[in-house]
Design a protein around this ligand. Structure first.
Ligand code: P6P
Length: 335
């Protein structure tokens, strides 16, 4: 791979080569990347900056907001509202959509994000991240409403995340494969470090919060029990388990070395289809995983085919190595 290809050069060359990245979308991604650099800087301050602990408020999900949740949300709003590339934004941290103020030009894109995913890990110095998804605003009517955001994940025009871990790494797709960029703090740029990311179709590693086992549905119990049975069991191989409780970190591991991630429906809140949010967690992650040769379902159907009905809709998630996702999905449809 060529050396020192910065994100800006990569986007210009991709735009030139296949027109997948119109100028306004290229600007959008460059602005989001710059915002992620600023968020990374705040995250890295930790106890040295006034950024740890809770903000004393709750978000639309009823979750206690951390100071860094609000900082990250504000950084993304301020970075994107003036550029003329967006019509509106939506965030896990905001009840309703955020319209670009009238003092700025309106663009054709809609940006959704979880500004800082994995907040429970902030104060204990474990990897966290920003997840984002880009849709085109439907044409034919002026202004923007929440309904304009309610598009299936298959309609995304760009998606990605930035993981704030030992390295700060930006992972992107525009529908032509997955690329990874590592932040070079000396030059202040994201530098291309991997292209055409591929997830192995098989794996020996699963990720799920095992403390919820007694609440799972039968197909999930069956799958995990078979993994735990190891080489003496029906799978004829031993499995390893990981659970970081930051979706960004678990998905990054799967994109890097394979594996399967599950946050399934469970009996604790039977009226909720799952814990994770469809529009700005499951959809962008599912597209990235599919673009890397993996699969992503809600246990029964492809996540990217789900037609959203609410902005903060939740969904059950099974994603990662293709053959494992197909097995787990088969267990659900057989049940
Ligand atoms: P639990 C983080 O809060 C998050 O939304 C995902 O990033 C993560 O995979 C999941 O929730 C962790 O949930 O119930 O294990 O704390």
């Amino acid at each position: 791979m060529k050396k020192n290809i910065t994100l800006s050069r990569y986007l210009v060359e991709q735009q030139r080569v296949d027109g997948l990245i119109p100028a306004q979308l290229r600007l959008l991604i460059e602005v989001v990347a710059r915002a992620c650099k600023r968020i990374s800087h705040s995250v890295n301050k930790g106890a040295l900056g006034d950024v740890l602990g809770t903000a004393g408020s709750e978000n639309v999900q009823g979750e206690v907001q951390k100071k860094l949740d609000i900082i990250a949300n504000e950084v993304l709003i301020e970075a994107n509202e003036w550029g003329g590339h967006l019509a509106a934004m939506a965030s896990e941290e905001m009840d309703s959509i955020y319209l670009v103020p009238n003092r700025y030009p309106q663009g054709e894109y809609l940006l959704m994000f979880d500004p800082l995913d994995g907040s429970s890990n902030i104060d204990v110095n474990v990897s966290i991240g920003t997840i984002f998804s880009v849709l085109k605003k439907p044409e034919g009517h002026p202004g923007v409403t929440e309904d304009d955001f309610l598009q299936a994940g298959a309609q995304q025009v760009a998606a990605g995340y930035c993981v704030y871990g030992p390295q700060t790494t930006l992972v992107l797709t525009f529908g032509d494969g997955v690329a990874m960029f590592t932040l070079d703090r000396e030059q202040g740029s994201f530098v291309l470090t991997q292209e055409n990311v591929r997830i192995p179709e098989d794996t020996k590693e699963f990720a799920i919060n095992m403390s919820n086992m007694r609440h799972w549905d039968e197909p999930v119990k069956r799958y995990v029990d078979e993994c735990l049975a190891g080489v003496e069991g029906p799978r004829n191989k031993d499995f390893n388990m990981r659970w970081i409780a930051s979706m960004v970190a678990d998905v990054h591991r799967i994109l890097t070395r394979g594996g399967v991630f599950m946050y399934p429906w469970d009996k604790r809140e039977p009226n909720k289809p799952g814990k994770l949010r469809l529009m700005y967690e499951a959809n962008p992650m599912s597209w990235l995983v599919e673009q890397a040769g993996g699969a992503a379902t809600n246990g029964r159907e492809r996540i990217l085919d789900i037609q959203p009905t609410k902005l903060h809709e939740r969904v059950s998630v099974v994603l990662g190595s293709k053959n494992e996702v197909e097995r787990i999905t088969r267990y659900h449809t057989e049940a």
